[in-house]
Design a protein around this ligand. Structure first.
Ligand code: C5P
Length: 290
């Protein structure tokens, strides 16, 4: 029973981790991170149709993910339970972002669901409450609720907004799916990188801005290392080619779109690739009021 209330074309953008350091581990096994999360203009898109009967349904299925595991459905149920809303929703997801790619697709879909339904259902939850709910769905979800580029610490829940320069990125999907828990639980993982201050990042101080998850992911999947090596042959990029999140996508950044596109045109056919622009804020801001 759909009502007339709809919100179409809600963007769920990808993120890139400009670096990702692991500085420790909590007693519950979760890792303490330091990372800069950058929003980019490549997005999944979601349509929401409010229902009057409290049911939450997805209109399309996402590549073999059962409805009860679907992060959008779980996000909607969590919000409904927490806010005691009497409304429901039909949710349609147009999937563009790779799954298991390290670009935060599933987390971003969940965050967009929380933001959009909070607005449509009139729950009026504050951002901090939505972040708290989001953290139950995944460590990256609070970042997407925050809707700005950020220096992220803790397990992903501590954020400091950060202005990042205009940039273009070339992203390669090496075609392998990397399960995040496998990478984080690897014995060989470096877990003691020296903590940095975010001012070091802004001042481009002499810190090696690396991804501590990369070595483990590359050891499991040589395709990831091959894509990094391929990007490294070009000396025009700003910063080194590296993996994002727990992989498998790898990227490098450029000061202009033309260079990003010209190098993309040379990417070997066996890899899917795309270019994207750095966003200064979440594109859902123009659709909802928080
Ligand atoms: O992002 P999400 O919370 O879904 O993380 C998936 C898995 O990655 C967790 O179950 C945990 O094993 C690992 N992880 C971690 N430390 C983090 C984030 C994730 O150990 N900060």
């Amino acid at each position: 029973m759909s009502s007339e209330v709809v919100l179409l074309g809600c963007p769920a953008p990808a993120k890139l981790n400009l670096f990702l350091h692991i500085i420790g581990r909590r007693d519950d096994g979760y890792h303490l991170l330091q990372s800069v999360f950058q929003l980019i203009d490549r997005c999944d898109t979601l349509d929401f149709y409010v229902r009057n009967d409290r049911q939450i349904k997805r209109i399309n299925s996402v590549h073999g993910v059962p409805e009860n595991d679907d992060l959008c459905v779980r996000a909607a149920r969590l919000l409904q339970q927490y806010s005691n809303s009497q409304l429901g929703a039909d949710i349609q997801l147009h999937k563009v972002l790779p799954m298991g790619g390290g670009v935060g697709g599933g987390s971003s879909d969940a965050a967009t669901t929380l933001l959009a339904l909070n607005y449509l259902w009139g729950c009026h939850l504050q951002e901090a409450e939505l972040m708290h709910l989001g953290l139950q769905l995944g460590a990256d979800v609070p970042f997407f609720i925050g809707r700005t580029n950020a220096f992220v610490e803790g397990i992903g829940e501590q954020m400091t907004s950060l202005a990042t320069p205009e940039r273009w990125f070339l992203v390669i999907e090496p075609g392998v799916h990397v399960p995040t828990p496998t990478i984080f639980s690897a014995k060989e993982l470096t877990r003691n990188t020296k903590p940095v201050k975010i001012t070091d990042f802004s001042n481009a101080a002499k810190v090696e801005w690396k991804n501590d998850l990369q070595a483990v992911a590359c050891a499991l999947h040589t395709e990831i290392q091959q894509a990094i090596d391929w990007l490294r042959q070009f000396e025009l990029n700003i910063g080194d080619a590296k993996m994002t999140g727990s992989g498998s996508c790898v990227f490098c950044s450029f000061a202009d779109e033309e260079t990003a596109k010209s190098i993309q045109s040379k990417v070997p056919n066996r890899w899917k690739s795309w270019t994207a622009k750095a966003l200064s804020q979440h594109p859902i801001n123009s659709k909802i009021n928080l």
